[in-house]
Design a protein around this ligand. Structure first.
Ligand code: CAA
Length: 292
């Protein structure tokens, strides 16, 4: 049986998926000095990721928050690839941030089980799928866990490390330590539960916010203002849903509800209606707020 690598043996990280999360997770790893590959099936997705990260690095340098040398070193530490086979073959640690579909993730993890070195840890950034769902497909379930970052991943400090029943202690220890070396403050979740910690807390606030707005008790704007000015939240629940993406919010609710069947987890009709209209939040130019 193979054993999860210790932190000292990790030098190469593979991030699968160049979307909102994957690209910023990869840059976080590159800034921490890891040689990092972003793999995606889409050339356009990779190009968009490269442009965003180069622009972000340039703006950090311009603001005086990142030295030019550090920015150049991080950008140089990043590689972009559509070829999973070769990208996986020398990865010490894999963070999968691909589309939230079990069939796609299972295929990826099956491949990783064959392609990645025996010592490599295979983590998923999923917030809706516990890693137990893909662990067996790898042939090394003890080396599989969730490593869940938050949006925007370059900024948010939290990483939820979630173990499933057979995740080994070595995998947990290395993943927690890697998160620390990426400048994060990891928290450990000892048993899979839909939504882990953060999305459960966020869901409770969103549910109440939607109830207040749907009942005509207060406006979206005033509810957001209250969250900021009374509770000290950096942004209100509606602005946050717009930032995360209403399609993502709706998807999380659907996935959670399918698993728990609890009335409080049911998807919200207003969110679903906005998604059906193509109003996905900031990324589409409109959601609860207008961004055009
Ligand atoms: N990408 C990278 N950096 C970003 C960013 C982005 N999309 N948005 C903001 N930043 C950076 C800014 O560059 C700025 O950096 P400096 O201070 O070093 O210059 C810093 O963040 C603060 O930004 P702003 O001053 O523009 O605005 P702000 O103070 O309101 O902060 C925020 C923006 C960090 C997003 C803050 O509003 C916040 O923390 N919001 C809550 C975010 C949150 O709850 N995220 C979790 C979402 S849930 C999730 O991700 C889980 C899931 O499974 C869906």
């Amino acid at each position: 049986m193979s054993t999860a690598t210790g932190i000292e043996n990790i030098s190469t990280i593979l991030v699968i998926g160049a979307g909102t999360m994957g690209r910023q997770i990869a840059m976080t790893a590159a800034l921490a000095g890891y040689s990092t590959t972003i793999q995606d099936i889409s050339e356009e997705g990779l190009a968009a990721a490269r442009t965003e990260l180069e622009t972000w690095a340039a703006s950090r340098v311009a603001k005086g928050k990142l030295g030019q040398d550090a920015a150049t070193a991080a950008l140089d530490a990043l590689a972009y690839s559509t070829d999973l086979d070769s990208a996986a073959s020398n990865a010490d640690f894999v963070i999968e941030a691909a589309t939230e579909r079990l069939d796609i993730k299972t295929q990826i993890f099956e491949k990783l089980g064959v392609l990645a070195p025996a010592h490599a840890i295979l983590a998923t950034n999923s917030s809706t799928l516990g890693s137990s769902k893909v662990a067996e497909a790898t042939g090394r379930p003890g080396q599989v866990c969730n490593m869940h970052f938050f949006n925007p991943a370059l900024v948010m400090k939290c990483v939820e490390v979630v173990r499933h029943e057979t995740t080994s202690d070595a995998t947990v220890d290395t993943t927690m330590e890697l998160a620390r070396r990426l400048g994060k403050e990891p928290v450990l979740i000892n048993r899979e539960i839909p939504g882990f910690i953060a999305n459960r807390l966020m869901g409770a606030i969103q549910r109440e916010a939607l109830f207040l707005a749907d009942s005509g008790i207060a406006s979206v704007q005033d509810i957001d203002t209250t969250a900021r000015t009374a509770l000290g939240h950096p942004m209100g629940p509606f602005a946050l849903m717009d930032m995360v993406g209403l399609d993502v919010i709706d998807f999380i609710a659907q996935a959670t509800y399918a698993e728990t069947g609890a009335a409080e987890d049911a998807p919200n009709e207003r969110v679903a209606a906005l998604v059906a209209e193509g109003k996905l939040g900031r990324k589409s130019g409109a959601g609860f707020y207008d961004y055009k």
